[in-house]
Design a protein around this ligand. Structure first.
Ligand code: PLP
Length: 468
């Protein structure tokens, strides 16, 4: 077979070459044939048609198969500076959680089986005792995410009845979760109370009536109302609800299980505080500050949790065994708060000191500069990380970044930061940064641990800087 010809040989003949036979062994005969057909098609559609080059054809088939073999969902390095990044998968699991998931994936488990009694059990049992212990609640259950938890609570407790909520708390989170919409979907009637900036206890007193199912408070996760403001303290609202005999439900959003200020982080309300202040039911996420898998946790009074658990929607929203395994293992880590910041990756990242991150940036800067060449300048600059996922929206954590941009004397820097971002995203483990002040910033708070750092460094020679 000559290397180039005006017409390609027959497909079967092409597939017979040593190179393509090797690809068939690696990827399978059918995918190879499909790739070869597509590549021939591409060659035919060119105009004017170049001579057919066998080596180029084989390389193109190989590239096609390699691209198709890439999983669609894959790991990235989150150097955006937002630790709990919803688009990048939020919390990173602890090794204990990962081990627990692997164990239940490999074989059968007692997911809904009571080993002591030798009969059917309840999947909530694996996490309920821990949640009770950690939050002080009488009972607990869990569903797929906190949005589902809110939906289920409303469907179970407020069907066709009224739910007063402060106008300052009618939140939208990530576009699809809006309190007024969830209320409607759950079949509850939203009663708006007070004003956007100020809501008083007397507003709630006036709103509670015979058609009230429950009163709801929603944590203002992703915004802050500042200036001339007033909101009703949880304890006052809970006391009013108890006096009137209506349940008080609080959606905490992130809901850290532990006081974050012990690590110098901003205070975030905990479910235990909320329950201690008199809330009947509290919902919060599993994959925000808690640092576990995606889940919606519901804790509170036993009679109400029983009603929630029995609602038909619970069956549709229930957790799978892998999530339960990861959640149980993560919750167990909370029994030993003193070691939590070492063992829980999300908390470890949030508590990394500015000086440690800056030292890491200084360590990595020369390698990055060498890989990127002379057209760009790499600097170590101070920056501010965010917790993310609607936690503590106003507070920022001092951090350090590798800031990549044009050298000061560059004539045309054009869309350099965007092109740098493209090149880093094209790496085998894509690196995601953020563009700020005409530079691409890689906040190293998210590059936690020797393995992550080694992975970052190992990929640098693969950076294609030709198009910078
Ligand atoms: C994040 C959040 C939700 C949604 O939680 P998911 O676990 O993402 O479904 C609901 N309410 C509040 C207040 C939140 O912050």
């Amino acid at each position: 077979m000559t290397a180039t010809a005006h017409r390609p040989p027959a497909l079967d003949k092409l597939l017979d070459s040593d190179t393509l036979q090797a690809l068939a062994l690696q990827h399978g005969r059918v995918p190879l044939r499909d790739a070869a057909r597509a590549e021939l098609e591409r060659w035919r559609s060119q105009s004017p048609q170049p001579p057919f080059d066998v080596a180029a054809f084989e390389a193109a088939c190989s590239a096609r198969l390699a691209a198709a073999a890439q999983p669609a969902l894959r790991p990235v390095l989150n150097l955006t500076g937002t630790v709990l990044h919803t688009n990048l998968g939020r919390a990173v699991m602890a090794p204990e959680a990962i081990e627990a998931v692997l164990a239940v994936m490999r074989g059968p488990s007692n997911l809904e089986y009571d080993l002591a009694a030798g009969k059917r059990g309840d999947r909530d049992a694996h996490i309920e005792a821990l949640l009770r212990e950690l939050t002080g609640a009488e009972a607990a259950t869990a569903v797929n995410n906190n949005a589902a938890a809110v939906l289920l609570v409303l469907a179970a407790l407020a069907d066709r009845r009224e739910v007063p909520v402060s106008r300052g708390e009618l939140v939208e989170i990530g576009g699809a979760f809006r309190i007024p919409d969830i209320m409607r979907r759950a079949g509850a009637r939203l009663v708006e109370v007070g004003t956007t900036n100020r809501t008083h206890l007397r507003d709630f007193e006036a709103a509670i009536g015979p058609r009230t199912a429950l009163v709801m408070k929603v944590h203002a996760s992703n915004y802050a109302i500042q200036g001339f403001t007033a909101s009703v303290p949880v304890a006052d609202l809970a006391a009013l609800c108890r006096a009137r005999g209506v349940p008080f439900v609080e959606d905490l959003g992130s809901g850290s299980l532990i006081d974050m200020t012990r690590w110098g982080l901003p205070a975030e309300p905990t479910p235990q505080q909320s329950l201690a202040a008199g809330a009947h039911v509290v919902t919060f996420s599993g994959d925000k500050l808690l640092g576990g898998p995606q889940a919606g946790l519901i804790v509170g009074d036993k009679a109400l949790i029983d009603r929630i658990r029995k609602h038909p929607l619970k069956r549709s929203l229930r957790l799978d065994k892998m999530t339960i395994a990861a959640l149980e293992a993560t919750l167990r880590l909370y029994r030993d708060p003193d070691r939590l910041a070492e063992r829980l990756p999300t908390l470890r990242m949030l508590t990394r000191s500015e000086s440690e991150i800056r030292a890491q940036a200084k360590r990595l800067a020369p390698a990055l500069a060498a890989a990127l060449g002379e057209r760009v300048q790499v600097q170590v600059l101070p920056c501010r990380s965010q917790i993310g996922s609607g936690s503590l929206p106003v507070d920022r954590l001092p951090s350090a970044c590798l800031a990549i941009g044009a050298p000061a004397d560059a004539k045309r820097a054009g869309r350099l930061p965007e092109r740098l971002a493209d090149a880093l995203r094209a790496l085998p483990t894509p690196v995601i940064g953020r563009i700020e002040d005409n530079r691409l910033c890689l906040d190293l708070r998210g590059l936690d641990g020797d393995a992550a750092e080694a992975e970052f460094l190992a990929q640098l020679p693969l950076l294609t800087t030709a198009r910078l």
